[in-house]
Design a protein around this ligand. Structure first.
Ligand code: DC
Length: 225
């Protein structure tokens, strides 16, 4: 059983996916964290990630560094980068890194390997369309740009970053554009995904709605909490 939760930045995927994984006793796979960790590693090496010539070194880097998603921690070659990968300079550049086909190919096989055992709740942009198209339940979360920017601002404030709401909205629009317009695996709803607009819902309400959609067969194998 695989559950996929896709959608644009700030639609509430992480909160919801993490809680559903916890309730089912499933593995939580945050695929954005992999793209972010690679972006962080590239910035350490001063790679000009917005430029086309960065594709080959980025793909090379993706296959040589060890990206690890430990429970609640993200490691690059054993270094804990959990906080660093959420920094604004990574957020601003990660969608450029994610546009390169060679980068996506390298991270696709890693994601498939992590999910090979099943019992996974995976979140991202192309999980229902590309990574796990065979998933039993596919969710696509949407929300207005204003709400998404407000949620991101709250998350960033908790992590100690002060950000201006207008520039955050602009950045979210730019990321949406980059994520939706790329040639490989753009952000798009899978034909068999269920769309949930989170604008008028609390996280608990979204979680409840998704839990109701989970087939009974999955609950039988789940560690119900
Ligand atoms: O969910 P997030 O904000 O942590 O994702 C960071 C970026 O990674 C996002 O702007 C696009 C990219 N991404 C992707 O292209 N495909 C995924 N499956 C997950 C994330």
């Amino acid at each position: 059983m695989i559950i996929t939760i896709d959608g644009p930045a700030g639609a509430g995927k992480s909160t919801v996916a993490r809680e559903i994984a916890r309730r089912l006793g499933y593995l939580y796979l945050d695929t954005g964290a992999l793209y972010r960790a690679l972006t962080w590693a590239a910035l350490q090496q001063n790679l000009p990630v917005e430029k086309p010539e960065a594709e080959a070194p980025l793909a090379e880097l993706a296959t040589h560094i060890r990206l690890e998603l430990a429970p609640v921690r993200v490691l690059v070659d054993d270094r804990d980068v959990t906080a660093e990968i959420r920094a604004p300079e990574v957020s601003r550049r990660v969608s450029y890194v994610a546009r390169f086909p060679a980068v996506r190919a390298a991270l696709l096989s890693l994601q498939k390997r992590i999910g090979a055992g099943g019992h996974v709740v995976a979140e991202g942009r192309d999980i229902g369309t590309m990574v796990f198209p065979q998933a039993a339940l596919k969710i696509f979360l949407v929300a207005s740009t204003t709400n998404r920017a407000q949620r991101r601002a709250q998350d960033l404030a908790k992590a100690g970053y002060q950000v201006d709401l207008t520039s955050l909205e602009q950045e979210i629009r730019q990321r949406d554009y980059l994520d939706m317009s790329r040639t490989i695996a753009p952000l798009t709803k899978a034909a068999d995904a269920i769309e949930i607009d989170t604008d008028q819902l609390t996280a608990v309400q979204v979680i409840d709605r998704i839990l109701q959609l989970i087939p009974t067969s999955a609950w039988r194998s789940a560690k119900i909490q």
